[in-house]
Design a binder for this molecule. Structure first.
Ligand code: THU
Length: 160
């Protein structure tokens, strides 16, 4: 028997202005996308922006539904949109911002487990890491260099 340990790594930024220009721009686009979210039930709005290697930017925001489970998270709306519009293209960066009408979200909001799995599919296929930046409505920003930092021991097509 062996007890093993996994470690993960991320970068913490105090403000958007600490990011390079490209990441700042992408995060601002995610914030704009967040403002267009359709979240009448949770009042929790999430925006995502993806930078592709063909310089295209694809956005997504959460789309809720009166039949709650039929709704979709911002990150998956964005990656599925990118996958449908630019199927052969590599995802370089993903930026995410979340806000709530109930309270000020000052902590970075990480993508949920289902979104991590969905993003992983694209990272595995493209064989290059996706940089992910995430924040709340204000406050610090977290960057991971790869989805793998958020989803160790992941399930992928190699098991099938
Ligand atoms: N949500 C996202 O858009 N992304 C996440 O990673 C977590 C949750 C959305 C789903 C739902 O519309 C609302 O936030 C509250 O869970």
């Amino acid at each position: 028997m062996q007890k093993l340990q996994l470690t993960t790594e991320y970068t913490l930024y105090d403000t958007i202005s600490e990011l390079d220009n490209q990441a700042q721009e992408l995060l601002k686009i995610a914030i704009n996308a967040r403002e267009q979210a359709y979240a009448p039930y949770s009042n929790f709005s999430v925006g995502a922006a993806i930078l592709l290697d063909n310089d295209e930017i694809v956005i997504g925001n959460n789309q809720e539904n009166a039949a709650y489970p039929s709704g979709m998270c911002a990150e998956r709306v964005a990656v599925y949109s990118a996958g449908s519009k630019f199927p052969k293209t590599t995802i370089l960066k993903l930026a995410i911002s979340a806000s709530s009408s109930h309270k000020e979200i000052t902590q970075p909001v990480a993508p949920c487990g289902s979104c991590r799995q969905a993003i992983s599919e694209y990272e595995v296929n493209q064989k290059t890491p996706i940089e992910i930046y995430f924040m709340g409505a204000s406050g610090k920003i977290i960057k991971v260099d790869s989805l793998k930092s958020l989803l160790p021991l992941s399930f992928d097509k190699s098991f099938l």
